[in-house]
Every structure is written in C-alpha cells, then in structure tokens.
Design a protein around this ligand. Sequence first.
Ligand code: ADP
Length: 218
Amino acid sequence: MKKQFAVIGIGRFGSSVAKTLYHMGFEVLAIDSNESRIQELINEVTHAVQADTTDEEALKAIGIRNFDVVVVAIGQDIQASILTTLILKDLGVNTLVVKAQNDLHGKVVQKIGADKVIFPERDMGVRVAHHLISPNIIDYIELSADYSIVEIKAASRMVGKNLSELHIRAKFGCNVIAIKSADKMNIAPHAEDLIKENDILVVVGDNDHLQNFEMSFR
Ligand code: ADP
C-alpha cells in the first residue's frame, strides 16, 4: 500500500514537501488554517483541508492517526507548532517530523517526542556555504557534527587513475562510496575502478579530512 502523508502548515516549505510527495505518487493530505493557502494547493495534493491544528478535536476528526508520516511545517507561529506537536504525540501518530525555526524550538519539539526535527534554513545555509567555498563540491550532507558526505567533481589530476592509485583512504582517511558517471552510477566502487572525465565522487569522511582531500586536488 502507498504511504500516506499529512503536511500541516503549507507555507513555502510545507507546500514544497506536500507537492513533491504528491508528484512522487504518494497520498498527501495538506492541512492549513488559512483557506487561501488551501485553495492554492488544492490541485497539487490528494486532499487539502482547512483546520486549526492546535484544536485536538479537529485533528481527531481528520483521522490524523491513520497517516504513516505527519510533517509539522508551521514556521513563524512557534507556539502553534509546539501545541500541534504535543497533540499529535498524544494522539499517537506513527512518525512525526517537525520543522524547527531555531535551536530552542527544535529542543522543545524533540523533548515532546518528535521523531525527526529539521532545520531547513540552517541546513541549506550550511550547504550553500560549502558550495561557495569550493566550486568542485556539488552537494553536501551533514551526517553528524564531525562527519559528512560530499559529492565532488573529479579533478583533472584524478582522471585516468584508479582509486587505489589516488590513495584516497590511506592519504586522506576518506572513503569513496560511489562514482557517478554520465551513463551509470557505480555504488560499490573497487580499488581498481578508473576515474573518468566529468565523473562525480561521493565521498564520506571526517569534515577536516574531506576538506584536505578537496583542497589537495584543486
Ligand atoms: P514558511 O516559512 O515555510 O513559509 P510559514 O510559517 O510562513 O512557513 O507558514 C506556515 C503555514 O502554517 C501558514 O500557511 C499558516 O497558515 C499555517 N499555520 C499556522 N498556524 C497554524 C495552525 N494553528 N493550524 C494550521 N495551520 C497553521
């Protein structure tokens, strides 16, 4: 059965999550207290309803417990976000994902029992900063405070060499976990796999090691 999602608060972030899930073929219920927001999105989600989600009865009437994942994307109104999270947790929703406006907001919803807390602005800021300092870095995912995964364009000096000749693990302490080429994705690269022009390496490692690795091929 297809996974069912509910997205509460369809501002810029919530509507983007809701539309993307819907276009990926999932069932999406969008909820917002603002009727005009509902009208804007009505053709791009499975259902859209107007409700104030700080009202427990309204959430019960919607049958919110039946959804596999509920995303709380209320941004500005932190109080409404916290109350909504609390009620959803009390109602026993399966998986609860909450967008946090700042660290304190994040801590509170985590304490209440959110399964995942996301900080879109903060995380996007980090990603953009990484793109800016290094034109070769295509994408960046923070795994923890110390470890990340980066997608990095193969430098011209890497082309025609294999992973073992580049000593990426021994010299830099990083692991190449995939090589993306124009025609295919190699998700289990071997030491003898050659790097071609325009390849993209997906590398996991300690942030300092990743930075050394990237700098030394510039
Ligand atoms: P963004 O920064 O992603 O645009 P906003 O905070 O502007 O986020 O938008 C959040 C949405 O949440 C708004 O459309 C707003 O109407 C909705 N919202 C705020 N409070 C509630 C509530 N109590 N119940 C339901 N929706 C709410």
